[in-house]
Ligand binder design. Structure first.
Ligand code: R7I
Ligand code: MG
Ligand code: MG
Length: 377
């Protein structure tokens, strides 16, 4: 039952891009009246828009690196991915040509990567991650994880930059163990702290489960996430990072349990969500929040327009939390898109969001890769 798998793939990637694009408007805002969010979104329904296209930020720029690396290499390749993050065309690849398996409409030329790199500050990258990206450009670098490891006094970043680009790992790998392993490594290239890369694992797991239709039974969905993360967070590094940063043991699990408590309540205020789950740039303060947004909006909300699809409700709710709105909406958009499918994603929004069309193409190619993998090829 539910949407076809290809529709879920398209929903996940287009959903992530739209969340990033529409969420950018409120990034960093402390309080966002719902009225303003609804105004911002209804402006997308007009044929003409004075403000023009909504541009994507680093969330999408880095997601596209993950997608293109996975598609070009057909496997996880940390060296290829590191170069893409940084904007340097991978060595030994003639980047004037499109990689095998990619439609010519997808621009993969070196100009495009360089463009991504040059526009880095304008795309709103985290202040720490820019240093990592610069170091990844060094031709003398042999250990691609070294720059990330040396961040923040040697502990690595706990920002949500690994999690915001984790969705494609759920679309490229059919097996749960692979989704966990590669989303972790993909994040570790910039986020070496377990509180950073485990956020990416959690986000990839949520998308993976949503693709299987697991959100049809919300309680089972959150229980699966908690039990998977109990495993992930039992790792020695996770235990010592949590202790060093003054977090409780199993920090993601404890936030997910809070999500579960919220699900059982008849009403939860925005203030409770932002103070207890968070809306900040740390992965711990945003990935469980994004998951909550999806779960909370599975049912119609009295304060939202009745005609809104579940996807629209989810993104609207994310924006109304304020804080790191582009990233929370990007992550929740990916999960919600995987659950509801592309049919729930409004075409009007897609028209005004940069990168939405390209995300459709990524989805189709990742779907083909996924199907080949299912068939054992
Ligand atoms: O995580 P990252 O890529 O940033 C992603 C965010 C998203 O909201 C994007 O939309 C964009 O706006 O930025 O970038 P990092 O620089 O690795 O981490 C983000 C910020 O988190 C850093 O600039 C720090 O302020 C903070 N931070 C830390 N602060 C102290 N100690 C991350 N890790 C640490 C830490 O270990
Ligand atoms: Mg951003
Ligand atoms: Mg952000």
């Amino acid at each position: 039952g539910g949407p076809a798998l290809l529709s879920r793939f398209r929903g996940a990637l287009v959903g992530a891009v739209l969340g990033d694009c529409v969420g950018g408007e409120f990034e960093g805002a402390e309080e966002v009246p719902l009225e303003r969010v609804l105004q911002h979104l209804s402006a997308l329904e007009h044929e003409e828009r004075g403000d023009g296209i909504l541009q994507y930020s680093d969330d999408t720029a880095m997601t596209r690196c993950v997608v293109q690396s996975l598609l070009t290499r057909g496997i996880f390749d940390q060296h290829d991915l590191a170069r893409r993050y940084n904007g340097v065309p991978p060595v030994g690849t003639d980047m004037q040509e499109d990689p095998p398996g990619l439609a010519p409409t997808v621009s993969c030329g070196s100009c495009r990567f360089a463009e991504e790199y040059r526009s880095a500050p304008g795309r709103g990258y985290g202040s720490g991650v820019i240093q990592v990206l610069r170091k990844l450009a060094s031709p003398r670098l042999s250990d691609v994880f070294q720059p990330a490891r040396s961040q923040f006094g040697g502990r690595g970043s706990f920002g949500n930059g690994g999690a915001m680009r984790a969705a494609p790992f759920a679309l490229a790998f059919t097996e749960l163990a692979h989704v966990k392993k590669y989303s972790r490594l993909g994040a570790m290239l910039t986020h070496y702290c377990s509180l950073g890369y485990n956020g990416a694992v959690l986000q990839a797991l949520a998308v993976h489960l949503a693709l299987q239709g697991a959100l049809d039974v919300p309680q089972a969905f959150i229980n699966s996430l908690i039990s998977e993360m109990e495993d992930v967070e039992a790792e020695e590094q996770a235990v010592s990072d949590a202790c060093a940063l003054g977090e409780p043991e199993f920090p993601f699990c404890s936030r997910l349990r809070r999500v579960k408590e919220f699900m059982e309540r008849s009403s939860v205020s925005i203030e409770e969500v932002t103070s207890e789950l968070g809306n900040g740039i740390a992965a711990l303060h945003s990935v469980p929040t994004a998951i909550f947004c999806v779960l909370h909006c599975l049912e119609p909300q009295p304060e939202l327009p009745e005609r809104y699809s579940g996807f629209e409700r989810t993104v609207t709710y994310c924006l109304s939390l304020g804080g790191d709105t582009d990233t929370i909406a990007c992550m929740a958009g990916a999960i919600a898109g995987a659950h509801y499918g592309i049919e729930a994603v409004p075409p009007a929004w897609q028209r005004w969001c940069e990168g939405a069309e390209e995300a459709e193409v990524w989805a189709e190619h990742l779907y083909q890769l996924y199907q080949r993998s299912l068939q054992g090829g």
